[in-house]
Design a binder for this molecule. Sequence first.
Ligand code: SF4
Length: 436
Amino acid sequence: MSLNYKTPDYFRDFECLGSDCPDTCCQHWEVKLDRSHYHLLQEKMLQDETEKGLFENYIDVNEQPVTGDHDYAFIRMNNEGSCPMLSKNKLCSLHDRYGIEPLGDVCAFYPRVISRCGADMELSGALSCPQVARLCLLSKRPFKLSRFNVSQLPRSKDYPIQRELSQNPFDYYADNFRLVRQKLLELAVYEDFSLNVRLYALAELGQRISLYYHRDCKAVDSKRLGKDLQQVMDKGNLNNIQNYLAQDDSVNLFAMLVVRAVLEIKITQFPDEKLSQIAKKTFASSGMDSESSISDLPIEDVQKAYDKLRQRVSPAMNKKIDRYFTRYLCNCLFREWYFTMPDTFTYMQMLFIRMAMLRFLFYSEPRLLPLLKQYEQADRDERSQLQTELDSLAINLVYNFARAVDQNMSFLQLVYTAVSEQDMFNFDYSLAFVKF
Ligand code: SF4
């Protein structure tokens, strides 16, 4: 079967920034090392005294591997929190000395994520890399697939496939994955309607099809699925949602409770992470002093302060900001396959919670309102400079959020369990997150 190599057009020409990277990925996380490259590196590094010391002191076999091969071993960071093989000019000394061949899959391929979807080999980029966040958030079109050449990959033969779509004909959940994901993406990129309208339509669709289309579902009525997927894009339907949201002035503190609770866990458990510092600064600007904890802040006050901030952003600036979140949403819909979750609604609700946290932190950023005000009063020349500042705020938040939340599976599992225990994978709760 000949393969089609597809990637979002903004990612096709991705190149690592190397020494120019503002926040190298070779730090602050354990780097997994697959079995075959562990042995290749061992062979090379044991021949040199200095590197032998590095290998023996910093590369450990994983006592509790999950897959056995992919995470056979890992590279431990040094006391400064950096990879001991990272040179002074922030480049990989192993890559410098031995080239790409012996490097572990994570080192060689990050932030690339390769997935096989039938005859399509899909290449996407993790937003935890500031360069990927930049390319994605600033891309002209929210999402468009284009072809890439496998020779563009760091290793064009021995490349790691992180997930593969089941070819089991009785796996009806996988069988309809491409069709359903395609529709989710079509809706997500439909920027004629505001982000809130699109998110609400995604929640509605997820809730409706999850009744009969989910993990371990029996054969799916393709006519019914087709009709539901068609109906969601219907302009009349989207206009109805728009009118409904415009008339809805309900204030549901529940979403703010969840956002605050999740950020508080982050701040208490991972105080040194950049996202925790961003969140701490945000809550401090909502009146939290260094002595009190976040949950001491009356939730009504946090909500009121946030609503006031949102109301001070003009519709034009909201539309501009929605572009960043639309591109974040599309990157996640394409790269994070929904069928890792029991159904599409659960998947969407988790994504809504993450987007609500992102929106809270972005709109609460103390520099945002003055910047937007300046932008609206500025002439053309000034605007491009202000636009660059706005872009940097979004890129900085998104890649730090992706490092601390999106890419932190154990933390996401913790959030998932908490939301399940509170029975919040329920459509009644979606509105509060959607219009956050
Ligand atoms: S974070 Fe991205 S740009 Fe920076 S060093 Fe890593 S791969 Fe390169």
